[in-house]
Design a protein around this ligand. Structure first.
Ligand code: PLP
Length: 379
């Protein structure tokens, strides 16, 4: 037996009470009992998204909501601005291209971050851009984007701002209404602590105006259909009943802890992880590191692909390697969702042992000690 630890930036560990809620006997979705569940879930999602507007639930992985935000907002011949600084920014461009949308791209080197003024300049130079597609936490590089600053800039233009908060929701601040974000999309298997299979989307009035005009093809992904059903506390097709029951429980947990406390827990775990990494003389990959996952540069002379493999095979810990061109160059340790103090200790401790075994000059306990100095509560 090897005790298993899930420390990848999605899917994340699921709390026992959420698993129990998911395993309740199935209930029919067109019943007063399920309506009550949907009502509660709707309220909980508005709290986590920090919005007064409805947040729609859809049965798909997060990418389904990303695709919704393209095929419902845009029309044939439209132009979209896409920030590409990692795998998930690139996904926005791929979805747009699949629908024949003209993509204006801001290309950011991996690990770097887009600035609000870069977006402002591009919008000023091309007033025909309909939407700006950004990534809250670029999970592939460990970067968090300045969405507040970007929203302030986009507000002065006719374009709508769309944010992929799939991995950032519930880990990094994101004030949908206060910051004036038009469209937020999220997914279930990251900060929301439930299994994969649900996606979420909320839209501003400005975004709904685009939806009304959109002529791109859609059926299962139609937001109009979703909105119409949701207004009657219903869903257009059979919803993922068990996942929604799990969500009801996880939202209840988030509300009980308090969103501010959830976010400060993530900030503390992320800081401890970063301190542990730096104490081992390793380098962070992200210029603006996110609180959901820490990307670390593989030390010179080490085969980077071996690190996540050793975590899994030797210690039962699933972390993430680099994706695409980052393969072998970075590894990523998540502290996302149902994560707490000793998850950081476990990850840094395993890292010390693995690096020592790979021949790195590691002093055991140095990284753990640095993390503990951030984590201790009585200090
Ligand atoms: C995980 C992730 C996605 C993809 O979500 P799926 O649920 O795999 O479709 C998209 N964007 C970001 C930022 C993510 O972290």
């Amino acid at each position: 037996m090897k005790k298993q630890y899930l420390m990848a930036p999605g899917p994340t560990t699921i709390p026992e009470e959420v698993l129990a809620a998911e395993s309740y006997p199935i209930i029919h979705h067109r019943t007063p009992g399920f309506k009550k569940v949907l009502e509660e879930v709707g309220e909980g999602l508005r709290y986590v998204f920090q919005t007064q507007r409805d947040v729609y639930v859809h049965a798909s992985s997060g990418t389904g909501a990303m695709e919704m935000a393209v095929c419902n907002l845009l029309s044939k011949g439209d132009k979209a601005l896409v920030v590409q600084g990692g795998k998930f920014g690139e996904r926005w461009a791929e979805i747009c291209q699949a629908y024949g949308i003209e993509v204006v791209s801001i290309d950011i080197p991996y690990g770097d971050v887009v600035t609000p003024s870069m977006i402002g300049e591009t919008l000023k130079g091309d007033t025909s851009i309909k939407a700006v597609y950004t990534t809250h936490c670029e999970t592939s590089t460990g970067v968090v984007t300045d969405i507040e600053g970007i929203a302030e800039v986009v507000r002065d233009h006719s374009a709508v701002l769309v944010v992929d908060a799939i991995s950032g929701l519930g880990a990094e601040p994101l004030k949908t209404d206060e910051w004036g974000i038009d469209v937020v999309v999220a997914g279930s298997q990251k900060g929301l602590m439930i299994p994969p299979g649900l996606s979420f989307i909320s839209l501003s009035e400005k975004a709904w105006e685009l939806v009304k005009m959109s002529d791109l093809p859609k059926y299962y992904l139609s937001l109009m259909a979703l909105k119409e059903s949701w207004s009657k506390i219903d869903t257009p097709y059979t919803p993922a009943v068990s996942l929604i029951m799990a969500l009801q429980k996880s939202l209840e947990m988030i509300k009980k802890e308090g969103l501010e406390n959830v976010l400060s827990r993530h900030a503390r775990l992320a800081q401890a992880t970063r301190e542990g990494i730096l104490a081992l003389d390793l380098e962070l990959f992200a210029k603006r590191p996110a609180n959901n996952c820490t990307a670390v540069k593989v030390p010179e002379g080490i085969d980077g692909k071996v690190i996540p493999k050793r975590f899994r095979d030797e210690y039962g810990i699933t972390i993430a390697g680099g994706q695409g061109s980052m393969k072998g160059k970075i590894f990523r340790i998540a502290h996302l969702g149902y994560a707490d103090t000793f998850d950081v200790v476990v990850a840094i401790s395993a890292l010390e042992m693995i690096l020592l075994d790979l021949g790195c000059p590691i002093e055991l306990g140095k990284g753990v000690g640095a993390a503990e100095r951030v984590l201790r509560l009585g200090g």
